[in-house]
Design a binder for this molecule. Structure first.
Ligand code: ADP
Ligand code: MG
Length: 376
């Protein structure tokens, strides 16, 4: 039996029926654009959340995580309902509830989780947890669902059950990415394209710097930003800010009275353009040249969207001063992680400089890795 299977047996006293893995992600560019019907370009990390699972026929969901104190959490699936909080177990409970809501014949289960995705680091450990749960329960119950639909189901579980108005990028990245590629997702029509991203082949390294800070107001701020973007679109007579082309930005900014809505609009419109610019450069084999676009994205998030924080700014500024080609915060902001593009020969010096500037930071190289898969 695998280590994961042995850990499952230690907790639940029997063997699992199978095991699955789902990765965390970084977003290369396209931040706060997913809930504006726009463009994102994430790739999956080698770090995964793994789950060993066996079905139960007594209507119980029992979940255990090697990464959380407090032992196994036991829930009756008939008692699950939006808003019923169960700590971290709310995420798997939400996925199970949403599968059943969608009409899938999914019953109880024992699940043991272990993760190498930093929890709360802006690298989507929460999406990895959702996606591995949905994939495992779906496989065990013979649910036929595309990966994109699985991601949408996980997003719905977070929107409806957990109560967080998140977009669909993180779950899609965890479910749909492929090795060696970033995933261009156009959220409007949910079109996907795998964009080759061979960093090593061009002597480049993409570093992730997890600041290990998470500022407390992040959840409320996210909802307020989303509401602000929707208000701006409504004031401009658009169904979403996605519908505002870069060429129409100046006129739109003149039309918006509120300074905050102007800033939010400028970020979303310029960020969508940056995603398209980065994709064009990657398709042309010019990975190195995306550096300045990443850095421009950071400035827009810092100054216009105002979701950066001193620690993320310090990482970005320090990395650039140490010779990085580009750097930006990644994920929702208010802490979490930054991505840094550097020449392979400069990566060690950039890492050392960032670590010296912010001793708590954890820096590691990231290679584009596969989306969720069955392990055994
Ligand atoms: P991020 O997704 O950036 O890592 P979030 O705050 O969105 O941060 O999600 C972190 C939460 O997800 C944790 O507080 C916990 O509730 C849940 N979670 C993530 N990974 C695990 C895990 N391996 N075991 C148990 N819960 C987890
Ligand atoms: Mg998350």
């Amino acid at each position: 039996m695998t280590d994961l299977g042995i850990a499952f047996k230690d907790v639940f006293g029997r063997a699992p029926e199978g095991s699955w893995a789902a990765p965390g992600r970084v977003n290369l560019i396209g931040e706060h654009t997913d809930y504006n019907d726009g463009h994102v370009l994430p790739f999956a990390l080698p770090q995964t959340t793994r789950a060993a699972v066996a079905r139960r026929d007594d209507g119980l969901l029992r979940v255990h995580s090697a990464d959380m104190d407090g032992g196994a959490v036991e829930l009756r699936i008939d008692d699950l309902a939006p808003g019923v909080a169960a700590g971290w177990a709310t995420y798997p409970a939400a996925v199970l509830w949403t599968l059943r809501e969608a009409g899938h014949p999914v019953g109880g289960a024992d699940i043991h989780y272990e993760s190498t995705v930093p929890v709360g680091g802006g690298l989507s450990s929460s999406a990895a947890l959702q996606v591995v749960t949905a994939l495992a329960l779906g496989d065990l119950h013979g649910v036929e669902m595309s990966r994109q639909d699985l991601a949408l189901l996980c997003q719905r579980s977070e929107n409806v059950y957990v109560g967080a108005p998140v977009g669909v990028m993180d779950q899609t990245a965890s479910a749909c990415c492929t090795e060696g590629h970033a995933l261009h997702l156009d959220v409007r029509g949910l079109q996907q394209r795998q964009v080759p991203l061979d960093l090593a082949g061009q002597d480049l390294t993409l570093l992730v710097a997890d600041t290990r800070v998470k500022h407390a107001h992040s959840d409320g701020a996210y909802a307020a930003l989303r509401a602000g973007c929707e208000a701006a679109a409504a004031e401009l007579g658009l169904s979403s800010l996605r519908d505002l082309p870069a060429g129409g930005l100046d006129a739109a900014l003149d039309a918006l009275a509120d300074e905050r809505l102007r800033r939010l609009t400028r970020h979303v419109v310029t960020e969508n353009a940056r995603v398209e610019e980065v994709i064009g450069l990657l398709d042309a084999g010019r990975i190195r040249d995306i550096g300045p676009v990443l850095t421009a994205g950071h400035r827009s998030l810092r100054d216009d969207f105002q979701v950066s924080c001193p620690e993320l700014d310090l990482v970005v500024d320090t990395a650039l001063a140490a010779g990085a080609l580009g750097a930006r915060m990644t994920g929702g902001g208010f802490g979490g992680s930054a991505v840094v593009l550097a020449g392979a020969a400069d990566a060690a010096a950039v890492t050392a400089a960032v670590q010296a500037a912010l001793p708590a930071v954890r820096v590691f190289p990231a290679t584009p890795s596969p989306g969720a898969y069955r392990l055994s």
